[in-house]
Design a protein around this ligand. Structure first.
Ligand code: HEM
Length: 542
């Protein structure tokens, strides 16, 4: 029937019905593909730019002296030959052979080493070259955005805030703590004087310099933390710094993704978390103490603790209130890391030198006796702030130690432009690096550079010397903010130890005056150290 037929529906072609959510998946896939494409384009663009900069650097340094390079690795094999313990020797040899200005390729990273005082002055004092090189980025997870890692305007702001809390007037308060820790150090040496055995003094230098730094920078209450607590903190610092150097000498690990795959990553994360937790807890505690000390009545003066650390001073200051908790945490960690290791290493080198040069030790002891008195009773009298400026020979011994053994031997700046006063061209993107061992041993400035002679620093022998031929604390807008702190700490430590003990070389045959200190084997981690430790004996003087 017509009507029925009309009612019969024509067969409908089956429509492929999309499952629920299929449209969303389609859009998602499209977005994903676009993102991947954009990322690939971005990576390609980055690779293109990196390659262009790399070619530019190659072209610019084509005539700069340097060792022959290999594809991909550049001069890395020359630098790391023999293992980490030989890196310092290898670098010094390369610079001596090719310097004063030298180019070294660490894989794709170009290091331009400068040792000519004119170049050093230009780079150190330039307001334009104040950014540290990207190598320091590796320190950032550890130190955060403290002074060592910051650049640009931020570094100026932070230095303005931090430096008043390390002013000489404030350092006066620290001398008490320096003295107490130096006396503890001396007490610890008693047992070595009893048994007369040879021992490595370097770990003790770290322990007591770190103890002094923990109390003066972070909190005087850490006085009670005990040897165990300090050793633990020192262990974290040491571990983190070892990883830093591990990455620097293996430039492929400068890449975070590759580093995450390395065995050292977990250790780095753990130590950094431990350091952060420890520092943050102290800041919280200090803030609470500060709030509790605020006078309830405006006419009442705030109660001031007897001994104050850097952290107390900065929290209390107008400048310090401009720092957030995390900025403060990073500055405190930075001061501890940069301050303790450098001072400890310098102290251990001074003791090593004195053990090998009894003639210099005799002259130093004479000065100490003149200033403090030479009796046994005088040896126990604490060093005072007023006496420290009279220790002129000691100051020269420390300076000469830092000339021959600059504990931070290499440090770098980013290079945003293409020339140097000595006529060489350092390309944009290079790591402009100060090489202190070469700067400090240029025979035109330092006659007989291998001879240890503190009197080089007598005023009459220093005049006319290029001011940038000696740079243990760097100079200019990124100089060391702890220079005065370090000199005070070192003077107190050496004076306290030498008033009680004579420091001797491991064997008597080594005690010959004139023995070549310059041949002492050195290795570099973040700071330099004597290979095999600083092995000495001590003998009571009274
Ligand atoms: C003998 C001991 C010391 C030596 C030889 C020394 C040496 C240096 C050198 C060469 C620099 C420049 C590093 C660079 O440009 O990367 C520096 C920077 C620094 N030092 Fe020292 N230092 C010593 C002790 C101290 C102490 C005791 C403190 C803290 C209390 C300290 C805090 C700093 C800080 C925060 C910086 C970074 C400054 C910036 O980048 O603006 N240093 N030090």
């Amino acid at each position: 029937m017509q009507v029925e037929g009309a009612l019969v529906r024509a067969p409908v072609a089956p429509v492929a019905l999309a499952p629920p959510g299929a449209g969303v998946v389609g859009v998602g896939a499209l977005l994903l593909a676009t993102t991947v494409l954009l990322l690939l384009l971005l990576l390609a663009e980055r690779a293109r730019r990196a390659y262009r900069d790399y070619l530019h650097m190659h072209k610019v340094v084509a005539d700069m002296p340097g060792p022959p390079t290999l594809p991909l690795v550049g001069n890395l094999l020359d630098v790391v030959a023999g293992g980490d313990d030989y890196i310092y020797d290898n670098i010094c040899r390369l610079v001596a052979r090719h310097g004063p200005t030298v180019r070294v390729w660490l894989g794709p990273e170009l290091v331009v080493g400068i040792t000519d005082p004119r170049d050093v002055e230009f780079v150190a004092t330039s307001q334009e070259l104040i950014d540290k090189s990207p190598f320091y980025g590796v320190l950032e997870p550890l130190l955060g955005l403290g002074l060592s890692c910051l650049g640009g305007q931020e570094v100026r702001r932070h230095r303005k805030i931090v430096m008043p809390s390390l002013h000489l007037d404030i350092l006066h308060d620290f001398v008490d703590t320096f003295r107490r820790e130096a006396l503890r150090f001396a007490d610890r040496l008693e047992q070595h004087a009893d048994d007369g055995e040879v021992f490595d003094v370097a770990p003790l230098c770290v322990e007591y310099s770190l103890a002094a730094a923990l109390q003066t920078i972070m909190s005087t209450e850490l006085d009670d933390a005990g040897d165990e607590g300090r050793r633990e903190f020192g262990g974290w610092l040491q571990g983190a710094m070892d990883v830093f150097m591990y990455r620097v000498w293996r430039p492929w690990f400068l890449n975070d993704t590759l580093f995450r795959l390395s065995g050292r990553h977990d250790q780095y994360v753990r130590t950094t978390a431990a350091l952060n937790g420890f520092t943050e807890a102290i800041i919280v505690d200090k803030r609470q103490q500060l709030a509790a000390r605020k006078p309830s009545d405006a006419t009442e003066a705030p109660r001031r603790p007897r001994r104050r650390a850097f952290l107390d001073n900065i929290l209390d200051s107008e400048e310090g209130s401009a720092l957030t908790d995390s900025e403060l945490r990073d500055e405190v960690k930075t001061l501890l890391c940069t301050g303790a290791e450098t001072s400890a290493s310098t102290l251990s080198f001074v003791l090593m030198v004195l053990s090998l040069r009894q003639d210099i030790q005799d002259r130093l002891v004479q000065e100490l006796d003149d200033v403090f008195g030479g009796d046994a009773a005088d040896a126990a009298r604490p060093v005072t702030m007023e006496e420290l400026p009279h220790l002129q020979y000691l100051e020269r011994v420390i300076k000469e130690t830092l000339r021959m053994f600059p504990v931070l031997p290499f440090f770098t700046r980013s290079c945003p432009r293409d020339w140097l006063p000595s006529g060489h061209t350092a390309p944009r993107g290079a790591h402009l690096t100060f090489f202190l061992p070469a700067l400090h041993s240029d025979p035109r400035v330092w006659p007989e550079p291998r001879r240890f002679d503190p009197d080089r620093f007598l005023p009459e022998r220093s005049c006319g010397r290029h001011p940038f031929s000696y740079l243990p604390f760097s100079a200019g807008p990124r100089n060391c903010v702890g220079q005065r702190y370090a000199m005070l700490l070192l003077k107190v430590e050496v004076a306290t130890l030498l008033r009680r003990f004579r420091v001797l070389a491991p064997d008597d045959t080594a005690d010959v005056p004139g023995r070549d200190i310059a041949d002492v084997p050195i290795k570099v981690t973040l700071v330099i150290a004597v290979k095999g430790g600083v092995r000495i004996r001590v003998q009571r003087r009274h």
